[in-house]
Design a protein around this ligand. Structure first.
Ligand SMILES: [Fe+2]
Length: 278
């Protein structure tokens, strides 16, 4: 288990985390070691928060939800906060869960690498694209999201990545998506609006690529809290999160009590979540 405390050097996380993740993704699946990865964990999270959940119950729930998501082609998501969005899932997307960190067998089975605390199901995918960096005036290859083809409104009313704490009534973020791209964004709180939305307009200007819907996630951890630390918050039970992505950018936005109608490849449909309950 790797515990990394960045509280005295907040900038260390951004500096060393991506290279460590790259190393772990490549090494752990090849050797008989499982690795639990906890960037930014703290004692409060461990003793009072998401680590205290019922892991067995969560593993069962997430397994059942993965079954429900098998063969899904469209999700229609609504929520009491105002979210009303339809998301087409491209064929190459897969659903995954971190609700199980399996210890490798004594006979040397290969390991699993994942975050701790755990508690979500998600789907996202990136691919390498050639871009011209307008800031450094050079062309290179970078990871860019394959967009989930969303149309409609996301109202983020729980918490948002890169912002501490739960959002109050005035801090709700309204994001409109058109064919997968962020087409409009609004928030009453000007400070928060600038902090969040400027990141994606900066990326758009720098690389000339739109900010898109990169990820859908569903939380299952009943002890996770809206602290704004996404290691914990994006796993909150009875929430979903959608993330806006661009080159070097991933902003998770949570909303409460989603109702989800799934349409499958064979045109059948099913309500797979009702006001946050599976
Ligand atoms: Fe995310």
């Amino acid at each position: 288990m790797g515990l990394f405390d960045y509280s005295d050097h907040k900038d260390w996380m951004a500096a060393e985390l991506p290279s460590r993740i790259h190393l772990l993704y490549n090494v752990i699946p090849e050797i008989p070691i499982s690795w639990v990865h906890s960037p930014g964990i703290n004692m409060d999270m461990a003793l009072n928060g998401a680590l205290q959940c019922d892991h067995k119950k969560m593993a069962e729930e997430s397994k059942y939800m993965l079954k429900l998501l098998n063969g899904v082609k469209t999700l229609k998501v609504t929520a009491p906060g105002g979210t009303d969005i339809e998301i087409k899932i491209p064929q190459e997307f897969r659903w995954d869960t971190d609700c199980r960190i399996v210890p490798p067998g004594a006979d040397g089975e290969k390991g699993v690498f994942g975050n701790m605390p755990v508690g979500e199901i998600w789907s996202e995918k990136r691919k390498k694209v050639k871009v011209f960096d307008g800031l450094e005036k050079t062309e290179y290859e970078k990871d860019y999201p394959i967009p989930l083809l969303a149309n409609g409104l996301l109202v983020c009313d729980v918490c948002v990545g890169m912002h501490d704490g739960a959002l109050n009534e005035k801090q709700k973020l309204y994001i409109e998506f058109t064919d997968g791209n962020v087409s409009k964004s609004y928030c009453d709180d000007k400070f928060l609006a600038d902090k969040i939305f400027n990141q994606w307009t900066d990326a758009e200007t720098r690389y000339g690529l739109p900010t898109v819907l990169e990820e859908i996630g569903i939380g299952f951890n009943d002890k996770a809290r809206p602290t704004g630390n996404m290691l914990e918050s994006e796993k909150m039970g009875k929430t979903m999160h959608l993330a806006a992505g661009n080159i070097g950018l991933h902003v998770d936005m949570l909303f409460a009590d989603p109702t989800v109608l799934a349409t499958y490849n064979d045109e059948s449909y099913k309500r797979i979540m009702d006001k946050g309950y599976v």
